[in-house]
Design a protein around this ligand. Structure first.
Ligand code: SF4
Length: 374
């Protein structure tokens, strides 16, 4: 049976920002239109009850990540109800985390996070000129100043150092990686992580001339140089994961390496979904044929089912190119969503293959030079 390590709980299906690169709203999938705007009390009760049963059936705890849309659109009061119910139902080893754009990160929400030990990660792409280029609100106005207000409120909170887990940025190729890194570091965030713009072999990610070009790899190599030259670096999750894998260790999160992560999504209406980034490949790619819901099905049986095992196994690279690749152990073939091509499905290398090879080569080179110098 698959072990679940991450549950994305979609507390709200809408967002108060209109980020140009969002795979939920702006990459062709329209499933969100059929979802209720907020998770109802009935669905919350079912989700909590099912997650409690699932937790007790596993030896290893999972983390629940409050996600959306923008999860805080559920409202501060109902957010408190969800957190209290999960804390009461799950073992203390299960983590609770909030991934938010920050606009609704009020004092009341922070109080809830403090009381129920909820880690907070804020989506922030860099300084205002970078962030506002692709993260406007619904009226087209920049959101940076409001996000920075949330960062300040979180940092200055008495429990801020415990609650603030990091910032999550999407790479903007037009930005300077050193400037982005310095800015994110200046926020006081204890860690940062970077995502590539989503895309696949049919829809090449914004900024890439072709699957063979290396614009994202070039950007990440420049980030790597700045990061390794910093005497007081703030950890960058994706670079640390890749460096650890190169040195024989393991990764912490999906997207690199060969460990398959047990990711389960509960949508706003209670339906059980696959990793939602799959929506960027084609419409409804995140749906299970079985039509499971936490309101009608036992999550332990869902996770033990053949269909769930097939979904879980699909994270493993299957392209012959990847299977004979010397960088497979570090790259892992990339995110399944990034492998998509309509003729061959997911049996392809990542559309970021050339970028990853460039970055891994640069890391290998740096590590071998450092070992020789030691
Ligand atoms: S995507 Fe490219 S770099 Fe990654 S494992 Fe496959 S062939 Fe290797």
């Amino acid at each position: 049976m698959v072990t679940v390590d991450t549950v994305l709980l979609k507390l709200a299906s809408r967002c108060n920002l209109d980020c140009h690169y969002c795979y939920v709203y702006n990459m062709g999938d329209e499933g969100w239109l059929a979802q209720p705007k907020r998770m109802s009390p009935e669905v919350i009760d079912s989700a909590v009850a099912q997650l409690s049963l699932l937790a007790s059936s596993q030896d290893v705890p999972f983390s629940v990540v409050f996600h959306g849309g923008e999860p805080l659109l559920i409202g501060a009061e109902r957010f408190d109800v969800v957190c209290a119910a999960l804390r009461g139902a799950l073992p203390p080893t299960c983590g609770l985390h909030l991934q938010t754009n920050g606009l609704l990160l009020s004092d009341a929400v922070l109080r809830t996070c403090m009381e129920h030990d909820v880690g907070v990660s804020i989506s922030l792409d860099g300084p205002a000129a970078v962030h506002d280029r692709h993260r406007p609100d619904r009226r087209g106005a920049g959101s940076h100043s409001r996000v920075m207000e949330a960062v300040r409120r979180l940092s200055e909170h008495p429990a801020g150092s415990r609650l603030f887990t990091g910032v999550l940025a999407v790479v903007d190729l037009a930005s300077d990686p050193g400037e982005v890194y310095s800015f994110l570091k200046s926020t006081g965030a204890p860690s940062m992580d970077f995502l590539y713009r989503d895309g696949n072999h049919d829809e090449v990610p914004v900024g890439k001339a072709s699957p063979l070009s290396t614009e994202y790899g070039d950007w990440m190599c420049r980030l790597l140089d700045v990061y390794l030259a910093d005497r007081r670096p703030v950890p960058i999750r994706v670079l640390d994961d890749m460096l650890k894998l190169l040195m024989g260790g393991i990764s912490r999160k999906e997207g690199v390496g060969l460990d398959a992560y047990g990711i389960l999504v509960v949508d706003t209406d209670g339906s059980v979904r696959k990793n939602d980034t799959l929506k960027s490949a084609f419409g409804a790619a995140d749906r299970f044929a079985s039509g499971w819901s936490v309101t009608t099905h036992d999550l332990r049986q869902v996770v033990a089912s053949k269909e769930f095992a097939v979904y879980h196994h699909a994270q493993r690279p299957s392209s012959p190119v990847c299977l004979s690749c010397p960088d497979l152990r570090v790259c892992g073939g990339g995110m399944p969503a990034h492998r998509w091509r309509s003729e061959t499905g997911f049996v392809n290398p990542s559309v970021f293959c050339a970028d990853q090879r460039l970055l891994i080569d640069a890391m290998r080179d740096i590590l071998s030079r450092r070992m020789l110098a030691a």
